[in-house]
Design a protein around this ligand. Structure first.
Ligand code: GDP
Ligand code: MG
Length: 387
């Protein structure tokens, strides 16, 4: 484990509550990548400092801590500009990463097929190219570790010329694969296609496994699934294709959205989306918002959706005295409250389940079956459909 310091800011755009959630999530991301947070710093600022991200005084202060505690890496919760990166590196003289970098690193580690390896490699190099500094190259060559892994644990290239060549080669190779994949997708056109979407670690792969009796890797890590896994599922004699997709996360690097085009195309071309939500997380509504933002970016808000509130076995709430106002937003709402609210908001297109305990899965299967039949009726209006 590398020793890390995490840094975020509270601004008018990013209020305190959101900033805290975000830095806690960064801590989980760091842990997934192999770094333990020794210190988390949140600074209140009017706006980010264009030269050093947080205040210069704060950076100088940190320098002492970093040296005395032998910190390996400092991770910023937002994307740093090349200038910020250079300036901060000069003062702190240790490995500096930002959220994007960290996510790319985890993706690099998780990529398991030739296709996703190429996608991640391209995103990494596109991110890296404008940020290469001599100091960075020097420091990271010495240290390796987080932020330096390419797909398949190879060290990433730091020579500008080589990188440029690699970028164009990767683009060319990916373009060819994309064309092949498009052809494959066309062949599947006759089947109704359903995609699982949602924040990372909410239980998409687990749900895929229980519904399709398949064996997709599910674990308590961020981004365990990078490649789209697809399975043919038959519910009450109605067949359809179910895909498990990459999880979304706050501030998902744009380089990744671009290079994961085919994976996201599966979502784009789906007839039905199953939005899986981890209702045991106090931030679940926020997570839903960032998933919806990505769905909006993908232009699929009109695709019929089922919202699955998962992990109800973990849902707990404590009733407090009515005069205790702390944390009232979350803690005093019980499952019944959420059910009522969300059934209404989603027009009854939601279910509350526990994928792991197989609770109320029948209700979910019924709803999914109904949606698949509806999608079929739209596509093949001349066929008689039996519910
Ligand atoms: P994904 O990232 O959305 O694909 O999530 P996974 O399916 O990999 O699950 C993430 C973690 O949540 C795993 O450790 C699962 O065992 C756990 N998990 C999934 N569903 C449930 C559930 O209904 N209840 C509980 N307690 N844990 C669950
Ligand atoms: Mg998964």
């Amino acid at each position: 484990m590398e020793k890390a310091v995490l840094i975020g800011i509270i601004t008018q755009q990013q209020v305190e509550k959101v900033a805290i959630e975000s830095i806690n999530e960064l801590e989980f991301l760091a842990l997934t990548a192999g770094a333990k947070a020794e210190k988390k710093v949140l600074q209140k600022m009017l706006k980010k400092n264009s030269k050093t991200f947080i205040g210069k005084g704060k950076i100088n202060e940190l320098q002492i801590f970093i040296e005395s505690q032998k910190i390996d890496v400092v991770i910023f919760d937002d994307e740093l500009s090349p200038t910020q990166l250079r300036n901060i590196e000069r003062i702190l003289k240790c490995k500096i990463l930002d959220r994007t970098n960290l996510i790319l690193d985890i993706f690099a580690f998780r990529a398991s097929t030739a296709y996703s390896r190429k996608q991640v490699e391209l995103a990494q190099y596109q991110y890296l190219l404008p940020r290469l500094t001599n100091l960075w190259t020097h420091l990271s060559k010495q240290k390796g570790g987080i932020g330096m892994k390419g797909p398949g644990e190879k060290e990433i290239e730091t020579d500008r010329r080589v990188i440029r060549k690699k970028i164009s080669l990767l683009k060319e190779q990916l373009r060819k694969i994309d064309i092949q994949m498009e052809t494959q997708r066309k062949k599947r056109k006759s089947m109704i296609r359903v995609s699982l979407v949602g924040y990372t670690n909410v239980g998409k792969s687990t749900l895929m496994n229980v519904i399709s009796k398949s064996n997709v890797l599910a674990e308590n890590k961020l981004f365990a699934t990078l490649d789209t896994k697809m399975k043919k599922v038959v519910l009450k004699n109605t067949p359809f294709l179910l895909s498990d997709t990459v999880g979304f996360i706050r501030k998902l690097p744009t380089q990744l959205i671009e290079s994961f085009k085919s994976t996201l195309d599966e979502v784009r071309e789906s007839d039905i989306l199953i939005h899986v939500v981890d209702i045991s997380s106090p931030n679940f509504e926020e997570h839903m918002n960032s998933v919806n933002q990505t769905l909006k970016d993908l232009n699929v808000l009109d695709t019929p959706q089922i919202t699955v509130f998962n992990k109800i076995d973990l849902f707990s709430f404590t009733k407090k005295d009515s005069d205790d106002l702390t944390d009232w937003e979350f803690k005093n709402f019980d499952l019944e409250y959420w059910k009522k609210t969300w059934m209404k908001k989603t027009n009854n297109n939601s279910v509350f389940i526990s994928a792991i305990r197989k609770k109320t899965l029948e209700e979910f299967k019924d709803l999914l079956h109904k949606k698949v039949c509806e999608a079929q009726a739209i596509r093949y209006p001349y066929k008689t459909i039996t519910y």
